[in-house]
Ligand binder design. Structure first.
Ligand code: PRX
Length: 637
């Protein structure tokens, strides 16, 4: 077990050196000693970076749910696998032991089979943060169906696009979902989506809110009666190491979302190993990650990583501000949480409230606190460290992406000294490099460039669903022979990495990964709009917020600008979801463009951010006069 668990800095350096010198040996040993296989591999790794082809644990056979559930039953059958904390603190929490989880997953797996779902079929899951979301994921994995979870905050249009891209056969949803004081009409949104999604043959509906919904005969079925009748055991499907496990959509620089494809064995080994080390997981711990399972953080570090380690993982349905700003801290005390993993945006929103909300709680159970999703600024880091971690819990700033499957750069608690705003050191087996625009490696310290990786790790995505060329073009072409993350980073004298933000057209708002292109596409559908450009500007709580520069077609439509702003935001809300709404919309008569017609976002970004407007060279612009007009009309904070 020694290489599975890193206990000291010396050991980390030793393991790291060995892992990058002999990665196949390193990952082979981890895989060999810590998992259950029907059949082991012929080869640990075959790959071709240029073609973006990766085969980990070639020809091995396994089922990930045997590793998440079955193998724990003998010793941990009565241990809690899940603790469900509902949105309303007055609703009792629910727990599921590993034995109960086994039964729930097997029953649902049998229901899916009865509904005609076979190995390789896609199942779309559109659910609130309830235990059935975890059961659904695991039930798919049990029978070899590919799950495609769509975050419950997405609109009908976004849901429909994702169902169609993956040609999902079954949709699992619920009547509604609770979120703070609001109820979200999930089934109603799903009905709307399904008008344009003919691949869906059956809709399985979880009863969560008891609200009135429409059930279409022949298509829609309540899940509970089917579960009640289902067999409570299920023989897990035998999967190949490289059989697809799931698709998860992430934003890209074109309007179409990218369905990142993850496969079975590599993802399993990588999420299990990173979870164990980054959260210093020990047997009696109660681990809580506040993300939604609809994002990669929830897939890897609420469901798979914790369960693979036989951990107890909390599923929280609510939000940090409901019914009060103490909700997170109350839940930590209530369930005696030992590891707490959240996003900087949540920390910033709580830090702006009265400190009493957090100070009332000692949170003595906490051991490790973590951050994910965007750079954590110094102020938020200290607030989190002081008030939540009580200055004694290591704060791990974990850097990774939907594409990477699991964490690549992070401190290991009680091992790596932490440094505010630095994600710190790469995990074993991970080889970061920082590249300049001329494709040379930046060797000097404190100079930022593009964050790339030299060698594959087991959790790397294998493709974009249905479009392998796009996968190659997006991640493996700009820096040949390397994986390009799309993020900027620098390294300090000690070798610690600091992430400086995106270097492409993706913006992180409140920790959500949004492409500017799909938002622009939505805005441009408004009849009054000729053209638009979205950029990010710094926001106190959300990290970044969106600023839209919008060119209007006809002057007559300018009259009620505020109404137009509302309509544009409504359009974005309908097409993508409320998370992508713009904070500021400035109407302009043109956008600064190069002679080849490319929008100069650099200039728009400088205007949106304010300050002293260092535009750099504008002489190459097609329309330099527009810059002054836009600057004058800037919407101040
Ligand atoms: O820009 C980085 C930022 O989030 C992006 C990945 O977003 P997504 O695929 O939605 O996954 C989010 C959860 C893993 C990255 O390209 N990001 C994530 N973690 C950090 C971060 N930026 C800085 N520091 C982090 N710790």
């Amino acid at each position: 077990m020694s290489s599975y668990s890193i206990e000291s800095l010396e050991q980390y350096f030793k393991v790291y050196r060995r892992s990058v010198q002999k990665p196949k040996k390193f990952w082979g040993k981890i895989a060999d000693e810590n998992f259950t296989w029907y059949q082991k591999w012929d080869k640990v790794l075959e790959f071709d970076m240029q073609k973006a082809e990766f085969t980990w644990f070639k020809n091995a056979k396994l089922n990930i749910t045997k590793n998440c559930i079955d193998r724990h039953l003998a010793n941990k059958g009565d241990k809690n696998a899940l603790i469900f904390e509902p949105n309303d603190p007055n609703e009792p929490a629910r727990t599921y032991t590993y034995n109960q989880l086994y039964t729930e997953v097997c029953k649902l797996a049998n229901v899916l089979k009865e509904q005609g779902v076979k190995k390789g079929d896609r199942v779309c899951i559109y659910l609130p943060m309830i235990p059935e979301l975890a059961f659904s994921i695991l039930a798919c994995a049990r029978i070899g169906a590919i799950h495609s979870v769509v975050f419950g905050g997405f609109s009908a249009n976004a849901l429909s696009t994702r169902i169609n891209d993956s040609t999902s056969k079954v949709l699992i949803t619920s009547d509604g979902g609770y979120r703070g004081a609001k109820t979200i009409d999930l089934k109603k949104i799903a009905d709307e989506a399904l008008k344009n999604s003919p691949s869906v043959e059956k809709v399985l509906v979880v009863n969560r809110t008891n609200q009135e919904i429409n059930m279409q005969e022949g298509r829609d079925l309540w899940l509970q009666p089917l579960i009640d009748q289902a067999e409570s055991t299920n023989v897990a499907e035998i999967m190949d190491a490289e059989d697809p496990l799931f698709i998860l959509y992430t934003s890209g620089s074109t309007g179409k979302p990218k369905g990142m494809l993850h496969t079975t064995a590599g993802y399993m080994v990588f999420t299990a190993y990173t979870f164990k080390n980054i959260f210093n997981y020990n047997n009696d711990d109660i681990y809580w990650c506040t993300a939604d399972i609809g994002w990669i953080t929830g897939h890897s570090y609420i469901v798979y990583g914790p369960l693979l380690n036989g951990a107890t993982t909390v599923i929280f349905e609510g939000i940090p501000s409901y019914p009060t700003y103490s909700r997170f801290w109350e839940v930590i005390e209530k369930h005696q949480v030992t590891q707490f993993y959240t996003a900087p945006t949540a920390i910033r929103s709580l830090a702006k409230e009265k400190v009493e909300y957090v100070q009332k709680f000692k949170m003595k159970s906490l051991k490790v606190i973590g951050s994910v999703g965007e750079p954590i600024n110094e102020e938020a880091w200290h607030w989190y460290n002081d008030h939540v971690g009580g200055k004694v819990c290591p704060l791990v700033d974990t850097w990774w992406q939907t594409e990477t499957g699991g964490i690549l750069i992070s401190a290991i608690p009680f091992v790596t000294p932490t440094k505010p705003t630095y994600a710190s050191l790469p995990l074993p087996g991970i080889k970061p490099v920082i590249m300049d625009d001329l494709r040379n490696e930046i060797e000097v310290n404190q100079k930022s460039g593009s964050l790339c990786f030299d060698f594959p790790w087991p959790g790397i995505a294998r493709s974009i669903w249905g479009d392998h060329q796009r996968y190659i073009d997006t991640y493996f072409t700009k820096f040949p022979g390397k994986y390009f993350s799309g993020d900027g980073a620098l390294r300090d004298e000690v070798g610690y990495y600091r992430i400086t933000g995106r270097v492409d057209d993706v913006v992180i708002v409140s920790g959500h990964n949004l492409g500017t292109a799909p938002i622009e596409d939505s805005i441009n559908q408004h009849q009054a709009v000729a053209e638009s450009a979205i950029v990010a500007f710094p926001h106190e709580i959300k990290g970044n917020a969106l600023y839209g520069f919008v060119v209007i077609k006809e002057a007559g439509l300018w009259r009620d600008q505020n109404n137009l702003r509302k309509e544009i935001n409504q359009l974005i809300s309908d097409q993508i979801g409320a998370i992508a709404k713009l904070d500021k919309i400035q109407f302009v008569t043109g956008l600064p463009k190069t002679r080849s017609g490319k929008i100069m976002r650099r200039i728009l970004r400088a205007i949106a951010e304010g300050g002293d407007y260092d535009f750099g060279d504008t002489t190459t612009l097609l329309n330099p006069e527009i810059v002054e007009e836009i600057k004058t009309g800037r919407i101040a904070p």
